[in-house]
Design a binder for this molecule. Structure first.
Ligand SMILES: NC(=O)c1ccc[n+]([C@@H]2O[C@H](COP(=O)([O-])OP(=O)(O)OC[C@H]3O[C@@H](n4cnc5c(N)ncnc54)[C@H](OP(=O)(O)O)[C@@H]3O)[C@@H](O)[C@H]2O)c1
Length: 278
């Protein structure tokens, strides 16, 4: 039987790109989303035996458990879990309410943990599985207006790279995916959440909305090609733990990692001076 991919936020963008690439490669797909009508519309031409549509708001832990159980009833296994669902809250930290900040974490970080918690017993029993967590360049470098979004993506990275050392003994692999800018609905001004507090001191630099909305529709990355790359990664015996996706992502991440290595080496002596002599 062909492998089963379980994808969150599969109705649009990167999630749909991954699902369609997996279907094209002959795999079966569990396409999940908050609005199932919207998800179904994205897969009109797919034969019903190859796809299951399951309700899943990732910020709801009970729904995550129920969705995995329903997928198991339908297909009997889950081979690749893609934690993709997410949105962006963009703006100055001070202008975000605590609730806005926490809601960003509820979807972009806790959602990943809820779905992972639901799927791990399945994969552990199978003694195989591959979890792909869609992080971002924002999970590696700090960006203006990204205190909530970037912090949640950094959390996804720390979670994934720690969890892998606990579960690889069960044949479970984890890949963190760090895309650059991909042409999706993420930066559609109707989907982005903007902070609601008005603070005059920040007014002079203009609204975050004006800056980020300018990228919408101009992103260089192609979600269909990212889907194909992830299908290739899922087929590897030893897949990477981190996959940087896109030339723009490479252009941002490579210098950031090099700068970190440079600073680490530059302060080696000072660092060692903190060793105890107990
Ligand atoms: N596009 C980029 O440039 C880029 C770069 C780096 C990382 N990413 C990451 O890639 C992932 C996919 O985003 P995208 O670019 O494909 O944007 P997108 O087209 O807006 O897709 C996001 C998907 O997530 C779903 N979603 C949002 N909140 C959800 C929730 N609580 N429960 C379930 N589904 C939810 C949305 O469903 P609805 O239709 O119901 O809203 C939508 O299907 C995100 O994690 C994003 O942070 C994107």
């Amino acid at each position: 039987m062909s492998k089963v991919w379980f994808i969150t936020g599969a109705g649009t963008g990167i999630g749909a790109g991954i699902a369609k690439a997996a279907l094209k490669a002959g795999y079966r797909v569990v396409a999940t989303g908050r609005n199932l009508d919207k998800v179904r519309k994205a897969y009109r031409d797919v034969a019903s035996e190859n796809i299951a549509f399951i309700q899943l708001d990732v910020a709801d832990e009970a729904q995550a458990q129920a969705a995995v159980q329903q997928a198991m009833k339908q297909f009997g296994r889950i081979d690749v879990m893609v934690n993709n669902a997410g949105y962006s809250l963009l703006g100055n930290f001070e202008q975000m309410t605590r609730l806005e900040f926490e809601q960003q974490f509820a979807t972009n970080f806790y959602g990943v943990t809820y779905v992972t918690r639901a799927v791990l017993p399945v994969m552990r029993k199978q003694r195989s599985g591959h979890i792909m967590n869609i992080s971002s360049v924002a999970g590696v470098v700090g960006l203006k207006h990204g205190t909530a979004y970037n912090a949640a993506k950094f959390a996804v990275e720390g979670f994934s790279l720690s969890l892998v050392s606990e579960v690889e003994r069960f044949g479970i692999k984890i890949t963190v995916v760090e895309p650059g800018f991909f042409r999706t609905d993420l930066l559609d001004p109707r989907n982005v959440r903007w902070p609601s507090n008005v603070i005059e001191d920040y007014a002079a630099e203009g609204k975050a909305q004006a800056m980020w909305s300018g990228y919408h529709g101009k992103q260089p990355g192609d979600p269909a090609k990212l889907g194909e790359a992830l299908v290739r990664i899922a087929g590897m015996e030893n897949p990477p733990k981190i996959f940087v996706a896109g030339s723009d992502a490479l252009a941002m991440i490579v210098p950031a990692v090099e700068a970190r290595l440079h600073d680490t080496r530059a302060y080696e002596e000072l660092s060692k001076s903190t060793d105890g002599s107990f």
